[in-house]
Unconditional design. Structure first.
Length: 319
């Protein structure tokens, strides 16, 4: 008797699918280890982008992390990915409040800031702190996110927010994370001059004003509500998820402020990660253990961990 094989049946229209092959309702699963399910198709997300100093509008899709995003932008504008210093969302200005981090809203417009002029600045460290807040683009470039009023760096008119730090005393720091660069600057001896090699973002002509969004065809790039974001990850696929709640955003902001105060860095994605860890930790000691297991390279001081736990679990103003 001839048995009817799986390849001999046509899947009923609209029926369930298993590994791309139709399954009739009620058909028992074959014996043996279950075959792995085919990955669920991800929605097609299309984002619009421009070079911040001026360019036509491009369209990008199919990226899962920052490096792939930069590669897509570079392909559209026929430049090298290493030309991109950082990206901002919904503004072409060097606005550090609009930096692209680990999440992109489905309606966000991406502006890429590329390399401009290189400059060298000699600095004498007369105080322990230079007054710099460092962040990085997730693809090898650390840059200045904030300059403290009245600080050593603030007195140097040639150093600006948005400048990428390419080298310290001719020692290249390209490829270093922001916390590594901040540590190098903190460890420089006092009263001994050192040199920063900086790359500023390419500037637009004065007549280039605020860009406006181009129209989209109905439904294009809109697979869900505007509150959803595409979360980029260093490992694994990008995930479409709901944006953080107002309380989570506020907690992340407090932790980001603590990062700047203690370490001279700002990193909204790191702050969000620490908020999640703190929410699941019933004590400061357990939070310290959790942070050490996943973020040991930061070597957070104990008093910092205590403040993070308090900021997330017992924020001021709560009863």
């Amino acid at each position: 008797m001839q048995r009817a094989g799986r390849h001999g049946r046509q899947p009923p229209e609209g029926g369930p699918m298993e590994n791309g092959v139709g399954q009739e309702p009620g058909t028992p699963e074959p014996l043996g280890p279950a075959a792995p399910r085919a990955p669920r198709a991800r929605p097609r997300l299309v984002f619009h982008t421009q070079l911040a100093h001026g360019s036509p509008t491009g369209r990008i899709e199919g990226f899962t992390n920052v490096k792939e995003l930069y590669a897509k932008i570079a392909e559209v504008f026929n430049i090298s990915p290493t030309e991109i210093l950082f990206c901002t969302l919904n503004t072409h200005k060097v606005d550090m409040q609009k930096l692209l981090g680990g999440q992109i809203g489905l309606e966000d417009f991406i502006f890429a800031h590329i390399r401009g002029e290189t400059k060298e600045v000699e600095v004498t460290k007369t105080e322990d702190a230079l007054g710099l807040t460092i962040t990085d683009n997730g693809a090898g470039y650390a840059f200045i996110k904030r300059i403290k009023e009245g600080s050593i760096i603030n007195r140097l008119q040639t150093v600006c927010v948005g400048d990428s730090i390419e080298a310290i005393n001719d020692h290249t720091i390209v490829g270093c994370r922001h916390y590594e660069v901040a540590r190098m600057l903190r460890e420089l001896p006092r009263a001994q001059p050192f040199t920063l090699r900086l790359v500023q973002p390419k500037k637009a002509f004065d007549m280039i004003g605020q860009r406006t969004r181009t129209g989209k065809s109905p439904g294009e790039g809109r697979v869900a509500s505007g509150k959803e974001t595409l979360r980029l990850r260093t490992q694994g696929p990008a995930m479409l998820e709901e944006g953080p709640s107002p309380s989570e955003e506020e907690a992340a902001r407090r932790v980001d402020d603590l990062l700047e105060s203690y370490m001279g860095i700002r990193d909204s994605e790191l702050a969000s990660t620490m908020v999640e860890a703190a929410k699941g930790s019933p004590s400061v000691a357990q939070l310290a253990q959790g942070l050490d297991s996943v973020l040991g390279e930061f070597a957070f001081p104990q008093e910092f961990v205590a403040e993070v736990w308090a900021a997330v679990c017992h924020p001021k103003g709560d009863e």
